[in-house]
Design a protein around this ligand. Structure first.
Ligand SMILES: [Mn+2]
Length: 236
């Protein structure tokens, strides 16, 4: 049986002396394997032909978490609360999403992934959550495999069959989606109105602001997000 191949974007370079490295947190890999998928890392490139061919190889695409998106991509100047940005990665992920659109590969975005997807399709971000009135703490004090706030989930969404009406999720983001791209719907929000999940109106593009991969080892419902994504690919 052909097991679905999931291509993953890479995190920013890690410099160790003279070495430049690409990295993917292991939790994403483990969650895909547990869901029955075959994870492959789409090595960072600025060559559009390379990225197109990489994307052609996979059944689905996972855009992982990381640093801030440079606000130039949503036509804003940098706010004093903006944190680390990395334009080479922004360009790479724009090319990945452009290739995704050519092949219409089902896509899951996580953390920076939801932000990048929203920006790529025309939305904007809060450069810091404090710029949204009433926003509470989304950089949790709880350990990384624990959770810290509730989200309220729309009934007609990819999350509802998996998590139900409400879920207790982790939170490691100082930014969040502001204006939502026209082709997307908000499908989950925290109690302060911060966007915690979006879904494309017609295509298989799903994204969450929390980190289900960090909770998936101990929490079958969080693993269910990966199971649902990979199982959906098997039908294609
Ligand atoms: Mn949050």
């Amino acid at each position: 049986m052909h097991r679905p191949i999931i291509g993953l974007s890479n995190s920013y370079f890690i410099e160790e002396g003279k070495y430049m490295r690409f990295s993917v947190p292991r939790e994403y890999i483990d969650a895909i394997l547990k869901a029955g998928g075959i994870p492959i890392i789409l090595a960072m490139s600025e060559d559009e032909e390379v990225i197109m061919q990489q994307m052609s190889l996979v059944d689905g695409f996972l855009l992982i978490g990381g640093c801030d998106v440079n606000p130039v991509y949503y036509h804003e100047d940098p706010h004093p609360l903006l944190q680390t940005t990395y334009m080479a990665r922004d360009r790479y992920e724009h090319l990945l999403l452009k290739a995704r659109d050519v092949y219409h590969k089902p896509t899951l975005g996580i953390c920076r992934g939801i932000q990048m997807i929203n920006v790529y399709y025309g939305g904007t971000l809060y450069q810091d959550n404090s710029l949204k009135e009433g926003a509470f703490k989304h950089s949790q004090s709880e350990a990384s495999d624990g959770a810290s706030h509730w989200i309220n989930i729309e009934e007609h969404s990819f999350l509802y069959p998996i998590l139900g009406k409400r879920a207790f999720v982790n939170s490691f983001h100082h930014q969040s989606c502001h204006r939502i791209a026209d082709t997307f719907n908000v499908v989950a929000q925290s109690n302060d109105g911060i966007v915690e999940a979006i879904q494309h109106k017609t295509e298989a593009i799903y994204a969450v602001q929390f980190h289900p991969e960090m909770m998936a080892k101990e929490d079958a419902t969080m693993q269910g997000i990966f199971d649902g994504f990979v199982t959906g690919l098997s039908r294609n």
